[in-house]
Ligand binder design. Structure first.
Ligand SMILES: [Fe+2]
Length: 310
């Protein structure tokens, strides 16, 4: 079964780091006897993870489920993962915790998530839609810049604030193996040719976060979606994602200056950036995401991004 068929992408990235998921969404298991799962994904993604987990011979005890930011496709897998690992504690930032405890928002997230499940069933990746016992997202451990998750002796994940994609985003750095788990903070490498920039919160913060993350010695970038940059590709990835970010900003700014409407521009961005795993998300969800990019550019152009523009 290939990655595109929703099949296994289970492999080792380092001695004590495994990647699971279907390649559209990556789950990282960090630790050997005791471990953290970094990324919680969608319900559909968690169902694929559960399938792969079952086939795994040496299973570590999962202590933590890390939700590096609170977008629906990074948290709605939590109920299924909690069923699989009842002892594991859900970890997120304080801002993510606030968002994930708001009933109305959580309800909307699960509605979006069900669209992905349906698309996965239609595509044949899953036989049926996963049905979780609950649809709540309880954060059990709030973490902040400077904290660290001690997984097992020698395995430690440092928490870094990583704003720009969202205000609630964190990255996790595993120094021993040179792994930087960026979630969506460094963009979405769809394939060898395309990185989708996702500066939804703020363009400048997004660029600052990228510039900060790239200063850490890194052997692999644990992106949530798509191709995982490894070895010599790491430096190239950071360079390309910065370029893609600047180019997207310039493109949106140009089209706004030419008088393009937000709707028209969102459609153009949709055609430009939505490929690979994102194509299984609902079109409305993706168009709203593109709208966030447009607003982010407009805020910077108007100097209303809290930094007085540039
Ligand atoms: Fe995201």
């Amino acid at each position: 079964m290939t990655r595109e068929e929703g099949g296994g992408a289970l492999r080792k990235l380092a001695d004590d780091v495994m990647v699971l998921g279907n390649g559209f969404f990556n789950y990282y298991v960090v630790g050997k006897k005791e471990a953290a799962v970094v990324e919680c994904g969608t319900m559909a993604g968690a169902a694929i993870f559960a399938r792969q987990w079952e086939e795994l011979a040496d299973k570590p005890r999962i202590k933590y489920l890390v939700a590096p930011h609170s977008h629906f496709d990074h948290v709605c897998g939590i109920p299924l993962l909690k069923q699989l690992f009842p002892e594991a504690r859900v970890v997120a930032s304080a801002t993510a915790d606030k968002i994930m405890s708001r009933e109305k928002i959580v309800k909307a997230m699960f509605a979006n998530d069900r669209e992905v499940s349906r698309a996965y069933v239609r595509a044949g990746f899953l036989k049926e839609e996963p049905k979780p016992q609950v649809e709540t997202l309880d954060v059990e451990l709030v973490v902040d810049e400077g904290d660290a998750l001690e997984i097992e002796p020698g395995v430690r994940l440092e928490i870094l604030e990583a704003p720009g994609h969202t205000p609630c985003s964190i990255a996790l750095y595993y120094e021993k193996e040179g792994m930087m788990f960026t979630s969506d903070a460094a963009g979405y490498p769809v394939d060898e040719d395309l990185i989708s920039p996702v500066f939804f919160q703020d363009y400048d913060l997004y660029v600052e976060t990228l510039q900060r993350l790239m200063t850490y010695p890194t052997q692999a970038v644990g992106v949530a979606h798509g191709v995982i940059p490894e070895g010599q590709k790491v430096e190239e990835f950071y360079r390309r994602t910065l370029e893609a970010t600047e180019q997207a900003f310039a493109f949106i700014a140009d089209r706004l200056n030419q008088g393009a409407s937000d709707d028209e521009l969102a459609q153009e961005l949709y055609h430009r950036f939505i490929r690979g795993g994102m194509a299984y998300y609902s079109r409305d969800t993706m168009l709203s995401s593109e709208m966030l990019l447009i607003r982010s550019v407009r805020r910077k152009l108007q100097g209303t991004d809290g930094k007085g523009g540039s």
